[in-house]
Design a protein around this ligand. Structure first.
Ligand code: NAP
Length: 266
């Protein structure tokens, strides 16, 4: 059996290190490259606490893609660099699995267009945790009966973008699941700017950033005399790894863009 060659962009980051460990633990995957802005020249195995793997961290993604024989690039970098990285992967004929959040609707359109033109696959998932995917699915179902809903997303204080990609995707699914409009409410008299959160497709989103948190979300529906709360907590970054590995295995047979892990699970 040919192993799928995997290059990790952002390999020295919090998520990247977990991806390296998860890839190395799979029999059918082979880590063939590690790219990051930090740790240049260091052995990525040492960076991840695995011991020597014989793969040095590189800083030039295009060169690493050319020399590594990667079939799939996994990207957990930053919202500022992810588009350039996806373009570099597709230009090198490499499929991409993207966990970096902060991509806009226009970005996704551009990725789809590029992926179709190159005949390669890009899988973008704002949340690779299975429980989060189910939370979004249940929220879409509940929206049919409870059009009034607010989202509270909570993340660690080093997250760059707000709201989270998961919150945006949840709001999109809720909008798709509603069969009636939310009740119209009087404009709030905000004594502190934006205290009622940001509105996206009729759902208020509130972003909490605190040390100690990883990734958490509550979707609170309100109805007559009742509320329904759906909550998901990623307590550890390993929670994302089964989803990332699933996407890596699927990516070589995908053409175009897949957005969201939900389309990959039954
Ligand atoms: P992080 O610890 O800051 O890791 C990002 C790494 O990428 C850093 O080492 C960073 O280096 C590096 N980097 C920056 N620009 C780069 C470039 N051009 N090429 C290669 N590497 C580059 O962040 P994190 O917590 O791992 O999160 C990474 C992303 O994943 C964020 O967007 C986060 O929201 C997202 N995320 C997604 C999921 C999901 O399930 N989809 C789950 C968790 C997190 P510097 O430190 O020098 O900038």
């Amino acid at each position: 059996m040919d192993k799928i060659g995997v290059l990790v962009a952002g390999a020295c980051g919090r998520m990247g290190r977990e991806v390296v460990k998860a890839v190395v633990a799979q029999d059918d995957l082979q880590l063939v490259g590690a790219v990051d802005q930090v740790g240049a020249g260091e052995d990525i195995g040492q960076v991840c606490g695995l011991g020597e793997l014989g793969i040095a961290v590189e800083t030039d993604l295009a060169a690493a893609l050319r020399s590594s024989a990667a079939a799939v690039m996994v990207d957990f970098t930053t919202p500022l660099t992810v588009m350039d990285n996806i373009k570099a992967a597709l230009a090198a004929g490499v499929s991409a699995v993207v966990g970096t959040t902060g991509l806009t609707a226009e970005n996704l359109e551009e990725i789809e267009d590029l992926a179709v033109r190159t005949g390669k696959g890009v899988i973008v998932a704002p949340n690779f945790a299975l429980g989060a995917v189910l939370m979004m699915r249940f929220a879409q179902q509940a929206a049919k009966y409870f059009p009034d809903v607010e989202i509270i997303e909570l993340h660690h204080d080093r997250k760059i973008d707000a709201p989270s990609g998961t919150a945006l995707k949840t709001a999109e699914l809720i909008a798709a699941g509603r069969t009636s409009e939310p009740a119209s409410k009087p404009a709030p008299l905000e004594k502190i700017n934006s205290v009622r959160g940001g509105d996206y497709l009729g759902t208020k989103i509130h972003s909490v950033r605190l040390p100690g948190l990883i990734a958490h979300q509550e979707v609170i529906f309100g109805g007559q005399g009742q509320t329904l709360t759906i909550r998901h907590d990623s307590l550890d970054r390993t929670s994302f790894m089964p989803g990332v590995i699933l996407a890596v295995r699927k990516a070589p047979s995908v053409q175009g863009l897949i957005y969201g892990l939900d389309t990959l699970i039954d």
